[in-house]
Design a protein around this ligand. Structure first.
Ligand code: ZN
Ligand code: ZN
Length: 211
């Protein structure tokens, strides 16, 4: 199975993606599923879930929460996460039986939320995965995540961090059977390209400021 586990919609200020376009494009690019992970809201995820009528395509309800120590992704959520404090966010996601992924922990960026500020040694038992391939990273950033995940034996995932149509499916997670089980058993793999990332980042920058 191939799932792109990090996607935004127009409910994120830095994206213009309609949920129906996200689903269509992801399927066209060979994805078997996606996670919709808007910044601090589940509106896009809920809309996408409602639009998806295909039983062979899974839409995972997610959210990317900006916490005091950096971004956190919750998957398989039932309701929006209230807190912005890292450890409370973790507790809220766990209480919903969701999965916790730390996205782009070593991303080179001017946005302070893009860098994760806690040592993974300290939290490795509290999280389910590290995003080891994010398509918006600069050369070397993903490799740092991969080294840490391997050293600490934390599952790795891939996601495009798509905010625009051309970015969808540019990174994804590969697994067999159920995603939840594959992550828990650390049997996921990931693939992707960062070739289109800088262009997407630039468009997000302008979208946030101009529209
Ligand atoms: Zn992020
Ligand atoms: Zn994101």
């Amino acid at each position: 199975m191939k799932y792109d586990l990090h996607n935004h919609t127009y409910y994120s200020k830095c994206s213009n993606l309609k949920p129906e376009i996200l689903i269509k494009a992801a399927k066209k690019k060979g994805m078997d599923g996606i996670a919709v992970t808007d910044h601090n809201t589940m509106k896009g995820a809920l809309e996408a879930r409602k639009l998806n009528k295909d039983k062979d395509f899974e839409v995972i309800l997610g959210e990317e929460i900006g916490t005091n120590f950096g971004d956190v992704i919750g998957l398989y959520l039932k309701k929006e996460i209230k807190s912005k404090e890292f450890f409370s966010v973790i507790d809220e996601i766990k209480a919903q039986d969701g999965l916790i992924i730390i996205p782009h922990p070593f991303r080179t960026s001017s946005n302070p939320n893009h860098l994760f500020k806690l040592p993974f040694e300290k939290i490795k038992n509290k999280i389910d995965a590290i995003e080891c391939f994010n398509a918006r990273m600069l050369p070397g950033d993903n490799e740092k995540s991969q080294v840490v995940a391997k050293r600490l034996k934390i599952a790795g995932t891939g996601g495009s961090d798509a905010h625009f149509k051309f970015e969808i499916g540019k990174a994804y997670t590969i697994f067999e059977g159920s995603l939840r089980r594959a992550i828990k058993q650390k049997k996921t793999r990931y693939e992707g390209t960062i070739l289109y990332g800088p262009f997407g980042g630039l468009l997000s920058f302008f979208r946030r400021r101009l529209f």
